[in-house]
Design a protein around this ligand. Sequence first.
Ligand SMILES: [Mg+2]
Length: 216
Amino acid sequence: MIIHLRTACVLVLLTAASACTSAPSVRYVTLAEIQASLPATPVVAGFDIDDTVLFSSPGFNYGLNNQDGPGGTNKYGESPLKSPVFWNDMNSWFDNFSLPKASGNALIQMHLKRGDRIVFITARDSSKVSIVPKILKQSFSIPKPEVLFTCDKPKRSAIVSKGVTIYYGDADSDMLAADSAKARPIRVLRSPFSTNRTSYAKVGLLGEEVLKDSEN
Ligand SMILES: [Mg+2]
C-alpha cells in the first residue's frame, strides 16, 4: 500500500513538473491562411520596414560599428541611433544596400492583389533626404509607397490614425503596438544574419500569429 502511495505521489509530481516546463504553443500561420482569413472588402495593411520587408542590417551595422571617425571612433558619435547624420546617411544612401525579403514581398503582393491599402510605419528617424519610398517602390512594385517615420516613438498612434487593421513586424514592440491599437499583429521572423538583437525575446509569446518561414 505504501509503495502504491509513493508511486502515485511520484507520478503526480512528474505530471506537475512537465506541465510547468511545457513550452507555450506558438500560433504559426502561412500566407495562404492569412489571405483566407481576411475580409472580402479591402483593408489597410501596415508594415514595419527593417527586418520585416527589408534586410537592412548592412547599413545599420556600418552605422553602429564603423571606426571612421577621429582616432578610429564611430563617425556618428557614441550614440549613432541618436545622430541625425546617421539617419540621413541610412535613409538617403545605405538603403541602396538593403535587400528585399521574399516573405515581405509575398505579403505585399497578396495585399496589392486584394486592392488593400499599404502603409509602412517605421520607428526610424526621418531625415532631410530619403530614398526609402523609392527603394520600397522598386523592391515591391508599389506605385507610391506611403511611409511614416515615428522617430523611435511607439507606433500605436500611427497605426490608429491610418486605420490599420493588420500589422506586420519583427519586433516585440511591433506586436505590442499593434495589439494596443486593436490591429491584428503578425510576427515576421528576422533573418539569422540580422545584426538586430533588440526587442525579439518573445517571438510567438505575445498572443500574435507568426508567419512560417519568414526569415528570408
Ligand atoms: Mg523591424
